[in-house]
Design a protein around this ligand. Structure first.
Ligand code: SAH
Ligand code: SF4
Ligand code: F3S
Length: 444
């Protein structure tokens, strides 16, 4: 029975994208139609992110915009902001009538029903319940060629600056047998690439061995990688890895299987041991460098990317310079640089010695310039090489180009038409820009 139309807007990380796909699966099964336009929807849901202050503010702006539209939809907030802020959202944005926490996604149809039946305020910030599934219908996936597959959710690390352990709860790993079955299904459906996702994928620790039997490795994650590689799906990527848990057996598994893609995202956060300790990251600069050395010593060249937080409370100029030095040493293929953002309720929020906005901006510019230089060298070394590109769509910049990703997760644009979408094409790189490569089709 048709119940109405729903629009979901997604902020934040890949876990939120995966949750939106999962929410859409349940809602369609319950009789709702998903729409791409907020203006004509009966229900508008915001799947929110709280990792930095700016991400959180964005949702309140959007709520205001939707409320001013011609139609007055039922407005709901789901995701990390809902989980963390709870009822205070009702006070801050009175047009919101529905709050759905990060583990309540599967109960959305019932909760919406309650709100539409007249309940003024509906709120569910509870835990997942037995029997609820991770299943996502292929119809709700954002792409027909690249699929996100959650393998672990939550986080037990409690880095002192980070809100995620509070918004996502404790780590829960999905049984390997279920992950492998989903990837086999995706392969049959014609998917070329899967991304195993989680706040820390390499902390993967399922309750059962099921699905890992016969796959070697010192850690469950390395065994899972081998099990997933055995499905034969052409490309497997995974993100994010936690440095402390990045054991060498992961690199060994990747070296053995061509379909485990040559890209590793390993966020280091800082190049100063004192700052890392204050962040409670659980490793030292030397530990991180040992991981990088193992990666560099591998059989293939792995693209390495990272995240850095600048201006953590108490970070001195000298400590910032230590980060600059580490970035120089590691030669990252790309780097996400974040200005420290104070999150209420985290231990770092109580720290003194706040870095001034001016100093923060100066450090950002300095680190960005260094990375730009490093990246230009790495990218220009690709010129003349042939890379394999999974074509995702038309280029947004040019009407004659299409765009896609390499196995090392670099964006490549090249002349081509929409008939190539979903295909894996060999591309000879002819030019390098700051954040992408340019090339032409070639036969091999
Ligand atoms: N689990 C991953 C990261 C998840 S959050 C890890 O531990 O590496 C993604 C990135 O957001 C982090 O790597 C960090 O660089 C950044 N981040 C998280 N909290 C932040 C904060 N309070 N201020 C600024 N950046 C933050
Ligand atoms: Fe946040 Fe640290 Fe967990 Fe990453 S490992 S999600 S930075 S608490
Ligand atoms: Fe944001 Fe929540 Fe992801 S805070 S980064 S959406 S886990």
């Amino acid at each position: 029975m048709y119940k109405g139309s729903i629009y979901i807007e997604t902020f934040g990380c890949q876990m939120n994208t995966a949750d939106t796909e999962r929410a859409a699966t349940g809602l369609r099964a319950a009789g709702y139609q998903l729409t791409q336009q907020a203006e004509d929807a009966d229900v508008v849901l915001f799947n929110t992110c709280s990792v930095r202050a700016r991400a959180e503010q964005k949702v309140f702006t959007r709520i205001g915009e939707v409320r001013r539209g011609a139609k007055e939809p039922l407005i709901g907030v789901m995701g990390c902001v809902a989980q963390l802020e709870g009822e205070t959202i009702f006070a801050q944005a009175p047009s919101v009538r529905l709050l759905v926490g990060t583990r309540a996604t599967d109960r959305l149809p019932t909760l919406i029903e309650q709100a539409r039946a007249g309940a003024r305020r509906v709120i569910d910030l509870g835990e997942r319940q037995a029997g609820e599934e991770w299943a996502v219908s292929p119809a709700e996936r954002r792409s027909k060629h690249v699929a996100f597959v959650p393998i672990i959710e939550g986080c037990n690390k409690f880095c002192t600056y980070c809100i995620v352990p509070y918004s996502r709860g404790r780590e829960r790993s999905r049984p390997a047998v279920e992950i492998v079955a989903e990837i086999e299904r995706l392969r049959e459906l014609g998917y070329s690439e899967v991304h195993l996702i989680g706040q820390n994928v390499n902390s993967y620790r399922p309750k059962t061995e099921s699905g890992l039997e016969g796959h070697t490795g010192a850690t469950p994650f390395a065994r899972l990688l081998r099990a997933v590689a055995a499905t034969g799906i052409p490309r497997i990527k995974y993100t994010t890895s936690f440095p402390r848990d990045f054991h060498t057996d992961i690199v060994q598994a990747m070296d053995e299987h061509e379909n485990l893609c040559n890209w590793i995202h390993l966020p280091v956060q800082s190049g100063s041991d004192r700052v890392l300790r204050s962040m409670r990251r659980g490793y030292k600069v030397s530990d991180y460098l040992a991981r990088v050395e193992a990666i560099r010593g591998a059989k293939r060249r792995y693209a390495l990317t990272s995240d850095i937080i600048i201006g953590f409370p108490g970070e001195t100029r000298k400590e910032f310079k230590d980060t600059m030095r580490l970035v120089e040493q590691c030669q990252f293929d790309s780097l996400y640089i974040f200005k420290y953002s104070k999150r209420r309720g985290t231990p770092a929020a109580k720290l003194a010695d706040i870095v001034s906005d001016n100093e923060m901006a100066a450090r950002f510019v300095e680190l960005e310039a260094l990375q730009k230089e490093i990246q230009a060298q790495i990218f220009s070394a690709y010129v003349g090489q042939t890379v394999s590109v999974l074509v995702a769509g038309e280029s947004t910049r040019s009407t004659v180009d299409v765009t896609g990703h390499t196995t090392c997760n670099k964006v490549v644009n090249f002349p081509g038409d929409v008939s190539l979408i979903g295909r894996i094409a060999p591309i000879r790189v002819t030019g390098a820009k700051a954040h992408s490569l340019y090339g032409e089709r070639c036969e091999i």
